[in-house]
Ligand binder design. Structure first.
Ligand SMILES: [Zn+2]
Length: 234
C-alpha cells in the first residue's frame, strides 16, 4: 500500500523553484526556550528514515556541513533531516500542527509513499514574516572584486585584512593583499560577513568593491570541492 505523507520543510531548488525560501520564515524574536522545545521535538520524535539522493546544504549558505541526507517520517508528516538546523541556527517558524504531531503521532508505513506539499506551501504563503531572502542576507559566499583607486588609503588594507577573517581562507589572505597592491585589482572567493558595511567603508577609503554571490551551480561545485575558498583570480 502506498502511504500519503504531508511534506514539511522543503525549500526551493533547481527542480522545485516554486518551493519557499526559508529566509521568508525567519522569526527573530523567538524565545530561546521555545526554540529548544522545537529542537527537542524534532530530535526526539519517533521516526522512520529514508535516504535521499545526496547530502543537502543549508539554503542560507551558512556553511553547515551537518544537514544530513535522510528524510524522516512519523507516518503522517515527512521532513528533511536538516530541518532542526533551520530552527536552531536561523530561527524559522514551523506549523503548530506539525510540531504537535511530532510528540503525538507515529504510524508504521511501507517504503512506498507519495508526498503532498499543499499544507506546507499554504503555510509558507500565509506566514511570510520576514522579507529576508537567503541570498541577500548579511553574510554570503561568492566572488569579491576589489579595485584600488589611485587615491586609496593605506588604512583600507587593514580593513580588508580584518574583513577576510574566515579561518578557511586565512593562509590565502597574504596572496590577496600582495596581488591587490601589485595589480590594484583582485577577485577573491570567500564567505563574507557584514558585506554591506564593508563596501561602504571601502568606498570611503578609495576602494571599489563589488560582490557576486555564488549561483546554485557554483555553490554545488564548492560543496563538491571543485571551487575552493580563498581562490584568487582576475
Ligand atoms: Zn544554515
Amino acid at each position: 500500500m502506498i502511504s500519503n505523507l504531508i511534506g514539511v520543510g522543503y525549500w526551493f531548488n533547481y527542480d522545485q523553484p516554486h518551493f519557499p525560501d526559508p529566509g521568508t520564515l525567519v522569526k527573530t524574536d523567538f524565545d530561546v526556550n521555545y526554540i529548544n522545545e522545537i529542537i527537542y521535538l524534532l530530535e526526539n520524535a519517533k521516526t522512520k528514515s529514508f535516504s535521499q539522493m545526496g547530502f543537502s546544504w543549508c539554503r542560507f549558505r551558512c556553511g553547515s556541513e551537518n544537514m544530513g541526507n535522510k528524510e524522516l517520517t512519523n507516518g503522517k508528516y515527512i521532513w528533511p533531516e536538516g530541518l532542526a538546523h533551520y530552527v536552531k541556527e536561523h530561527k524559522i517558524l514551523l506549523p503548530i500542527d506539525f510540531l504537535e504531531s511530532l510528540s503525538n503521532d507515529y504510524y508504521e508505513i511501507s517504503d512506498e509513499y507519495i508526498i503532498d506539499y499543499n499544507f506546507w506551501m499554504d503555510f509558507c504563503n500565509k506566514n511570510k514574516i520576514s522579507k529576508l531572502e537567503t541570498y541577500k542576507a548579511n553574510y554570503d559566499i561568492g566572488h569579491l572584486f576589489i579595485e584600488l583607486k589611485t587615491n586609496y588609503s593605506e588604512n583600507s588594507i587593514k580593513i580588508i585584512n580584518d574583513f577576510t577573517k574566515n579561518e578557511r581562507i586565512g593562509s590565502k589572505k597574504l596572496d590577496l593583499v600582495n596581488k591587490l597592491t601589485s595589480d590594484r585589482f583582485v577577485r577573491f572567493i570567500g564567505r563574507f560577513y557584514g558585506l554591506k558595511q564593508f563596501i561602504i567603508n571601502m568606498e570611503k577609503n578609495g576602494v571599489l568593491v563589488e560582490f557576486l554571490p555564488f549561483t546554485d551551480d557554483e555553490y554545488m561545485k564548492y560543496k563538491n570541492g571543485d571551487i575552493v575558498l580563498g581562490g584568487i583570480g582576475k
